[in-house]
Design a protein around this ligand. Sequence first.
Ligand code: UDP
Length: 309
Amino acid sequence: MYFNSVIIRLKWRQKTFGLRSLPGLLYNQPSVLVGRTDVASVTPWLAPIIWEGTFDPILIDSIYKQQNLTIPTTVFALGKYTRFVKDFLESAEQHYFVGFRVHYYLFTDQPESVPEVKMGENRSLTVRKVQSLNRWQDISMSRMETWKKLIENELASEADYIFCLDIDTKFYGRWGVESLGRLVGVIHPWFFDAPRNRFTYERRPESQSIHSGGKGDYYYAGAAFGGSLEDVHHLTKTCREKLHIDAANSIEAVWQEESHLNKYFLLNKPSKLLSPEYMWRDIHAKAAQIKVIRFSNVAKNYAEVRPNP
Ligand code: UDP
């Protein structure tokens, strides 16, 4: 019994942590002298920050190809947000983990409205019906509970990593295995060049998501995060608990689950950060540091698309 569990553990470690390179693979020489100088590509706790120019797609794809990965990816489309599903899925099929096994989970209150989208090899879509909700804040926050349950009930033995993405988005460039890590946060496009006193953290002590004083590293987007199943399970379980405590105390954090996510990342530092290339906004002016826009929030008329103000 003990012996078996050791073998299982070792297999798991090898699969998850081994960065095996193919013999004979041709790729550019890495340099210790030349790299991005206009942006930081590592945090003070030594987590990489992924920007164009910090990884070699050919090399990194060949390494992860050997790990037989499945990437479950969740999106929610309730109410009028079903209109975003087609562009999301079609653009993901062009740019998101191309060549890898991806299983999309789409949670919607209108399964009948999900459009037919042609999926590539090893790519699948599961549509799940969920209850309609009257407030966009509740829709957004309720995702923590759904993610937690999905990981516990279905994914634990099936997959390695998971990403949780907003649906009112589109892929414009590669989003691939360079984004994989134990716990992955994405730097919010509004605040990547701002001092932290301008970050829209929750500041009220009554909320479990409070950031006080000068605390806080970066401002992370609620619209995209991911990591290993184990780490994302812990994240969603914790944030869900904190959301419940807030609700019992009649307080809703200023940016709902995004505020709780930011608090979680303050106390549980992400092992990898994705630059705002991985979460831009279509309505933003370009920035010199952003060489590639990979994933972006599409423009929307908030008043028209949301169920409540
Ligand atoms: N959402 C939804 N229907 C709604 C409101 C929100 O399906 O009526 C989901 C959808 O997946 C969306 C996410 O919740 O991408 C976050 O909401 P929203 O995009 O409105 O938040 P924002 O990022 O604009 O603050």
